[in-house]
Design a protein around this ligand. Structure first.
Ligand code: GTP
Ligand code: MG
Length: 628
């Protein structure tokens, strides 16, 4: 359990952590000289881990880095001073970061006991509108030890059972240093998943690869750390050095690495802030990182104090962030906290950000539960979304995706998640489009994939549509001939003219099947113009009856399959295929045999090197099974 201190400068945070843990976290010479905390301090006792933050107004950005990832806020208020500026600001920050548990320590009870009622009343009023409204308040003195045990128990009482770690690991880095003997160490809060020694992870947003050589969880050597713990990782990586790592980076599973520079959020403006216009620039704090950011309101033109709105944040750089991450915004001079919110979509579309359809898709993403969020998202048009992007944004590990999809319920096809009703509607559209095409153009073998996609009003992405077609093929609801998709029962009907020519030509092609006559040679035998015979054969090729092996030289498709099998047999018995051996097997003359082999080269059935060829087994059935 991680406790983060909060409160105004000099109110006794560091002294209190020392009284609770015995550790003085103010180690820097400058901290000693000035008597204030500048850097984050860490101390542990039993189950409690403390992050001690600075209270000085100049170091609110450091407080923010420390407060992201804590479970419990320890709000420290000096009884002799009462509520001061950073008391208020830190309370706002804890509340914006979604910290749900806390305890108030009323410090310096040795000199301020007479003000306990007055200060606690004022604090109740301050905390009333926040998640910390009902927290316990404990008068303490770090000097006399009064109340310290009560405080410790109050902190332990806020502990909630650790959720079993789910998702891929994600650690928010707040420090990096080199340790003699060990090498490079990063510390931070593990916000999801688990990390074990020898894991291979990435530093994000830089993308540098790293390996975990050793780790500490809650300050103890361990084989594995789980979400909710403070972790120190001893890491190594080829291009990794201390200078390559900064506070605000993430150490994460490669599946989660997708740096963001524009993302859509739900954002609240504090009551105390002045209203913000379109395109204001602010300071963004997310995880332990901060950056300037431009805000553009999506569902209104102006945001009044106390209101929330859907907003696009655009950054001049990339950072790490996923859906559900909390953030805080301050003014660009870093003097005031003005609001904060929650990331809804870390990979939003560039175009159409303010369309009603887009806003309807964003709204349900406020849900913390991925099942609920996905259900809401698929309820909104166009009723489908990119599966990989959703699973990454929500950090749903591969092993958990099937259960999530079943719970929504959704359909997964071609990398898309679809509402079941939408999947069915698309299926029906495909089936009815094919039926209509077969009715209106019975001479066509079917409809090609891309034409079919454009007839479906949903305008699905190419890969997604191909995936849906694959699913229908697997269910045998449709069938495929080369590039043509058709209903399984569809048979091409030839025009009477084509039918006449085909009836005459087929026996000619069968008679000398390895050396059939060319179209121009067949024309006089069929008493048809040469062009008509050729046109019919071209149409027959499209419906898979014949194959034009060389210009004007058509073979029955089954014969081509048979010749491919012969080539394969030759390769198996002789080791390679030579033109002479192939000609001997087909007994069709050198010139035609070579034309056939060259055709096989072009269609990838054979690969030529010098005077010999070998077959590519995976291409052998390109022309179907050879007839028995
Ligand atoms: N009388 C009295 N003085 C205290 C007590 N706790 C802290 N102090 C004094 O208050 C001053 C500030 O204490 P710190 O613990 O450094 O305060 P802080 O909140 O950590 O300050 P920053 O980290 O700079 O925000 C020091 O001079 C302490 O000696 C206490 O219980 N009683
Ligand atoms: Mg301090």
């Amino acid at each position: 359990m991680i406790v983060g201190t909060a409160g105004h400068v000099d109110h006794g945070k560091t002294a209190l952590v020392k009284a609770l843990t015995g550790v003085d976290t103010d180690r820097l010479a400058e901290e000693k000289r000035r008597g204030i905390t500048i850097e984050l301090g860490y101390a542990y006792t039993g189950e409690l881990g403390f992050v001690d933050v600075p209270g000085h107004e100049r170091f609110v950005h450091t407080m923010l880095a420390g407060a992201s990832g804590i479970d419990t806020g320890l709000l420290v208020v000096d009884l002799t001073e009462g509520i001061r500026a950073q008391t208020r600001e830190h309370v706002q920050i804890l509340s914006l970061l979604g910290v749900q548990a806390g305890v108030v320590a009323l410090t310096k009870s040795d000199i301020g006991a007479d003000r306990i009622d007055e200060v606690s009343d004022a604090l109740r009023t301050l905390l009333a509108p926040t998640p910390l409204a009902a927290v316990e308040m404990v008068p303490v003195s770090a000097f006399t030890g009064h109340g310290i045990d009560t405080l410790r128990h109050a902190l332990l009482a806020t502990a909630r059972p650790l959720a079993p770690p789910s998702g891929y690991p994600r650690l928010s880095v707040d420090r990096a240093f080199t340790l003699t003997g060990a090498g490079l160490v990063v510390t931070g809060t593990l916000v999801a998943g688990r990390i074990a020694v020898e894991d291979r992870l990435l530093l994000s947003p830089s993308g540098l690869e790293l390996r975990v050589r050793g780790l500490h969880a809650q300050n103890q050597p361990a084989r594995e750390a789980v979400a909710g713990q403070r972790v120190a990782l001893n890491i190594t990586g080829q291009r990794l050095s201390k200078d390559a790592i900064q506070r605000g980076d993430w150490v994460l599973h490669p599946a989660l690495h997708a740096p963001i520079s524009a993302f859509d959020v739900r954002r609240t403006l504090l009551e105390e802030a002045t209203s913000l216009r379109q395109d204001s620039t602010v300071r963004l704090h997310l995880g332990a990182a901060h950056s300037t950011a431009r805000l553009s309101l999506l569902d209104r033109d102006r945001l009044a104090p106390g209101e929330s709105a859907l907003t696009r944040l655009t950054l001049p750089q990339t950072i790490g962030g996923l859906a559900g991450d909390r953030f805080v915004i301050r003014d660009t001079n870093a003097t005031r906290t003005i609001g904060g919110g929650i990331v809804l979509d870390p990979a939003p579309p560039r175009r159409g950000r303010r369309t009603p359809q887009r806003l309807a898709q964003l709204a349900p993403l406020v849900a913390a539960d991925p099942t609920e969020a996905l259900r809401g998202l698929l309820d909104a048009p166009p009723h489908w979304t990119d599966a990989a992007a959703f699973m990454r944004a929500r950090n749903v590990a591969a092993a958990d995706q099937e259960a999530l999809i079943a719970a929504v319920p959704a359909r997964l096809a071609g990398g898309l998640l679809l509402a079941p009703a939408t999947f069915e509607r698309i299926r029906e559209t495909i089936l009815s489009t094919l039926a209509r095409s077969h009715r209106e153009s019975p001479e066509l073998p079917g409809v090609q994939l891309e034409r079919l996609r454009l007839t479906v009003p949903d305008r699905l992405p190419v890969a997604g549509f191909a995936g849906i077609v694959q699913a229908l093929l697997q269910q045998r609801l449709i069938a495929q001939d080369g590039p043509w998709l058709r209903l399984p029962q569809h048979r091409v009907t030839l025009s009477p003219q084509d039918q006449r020519i085909w009836e005459g030509a087929r026996p000619l092609l069968e008679a000398e099947r390895f050396r059939p006559p060319r179209a121009r040679e067949m024309a006089p035998l069929l008493s048809q113009p040469e062009a008509a015979v050729r046109a019919t054969l071209k149409r027959l090729q499209r419906i898979g009856q014949v194959v034009e092996v060389a210009p004007d030289h058509f073979f029955l498709r089954g014969t081509v399959a048979e010749m491919a099998a012969i080539a394969s047999d030759l390769a198996a018995t002789e080791g390679v295929i030579t033109a002479a051996a192939f000609r001997d097997r087909l007994d069709n003359g050198r010139k035609v045999a070579i034309q056939i082999l060259e055709f096989f080269d072009r269609s990838g059935v054979t690969v030529r090197s010098g005077d010999t060829r070998r077959v590519r087994p995976e291409r052998l059935l390109l022309f179907g099974d050879p007839p028995r």
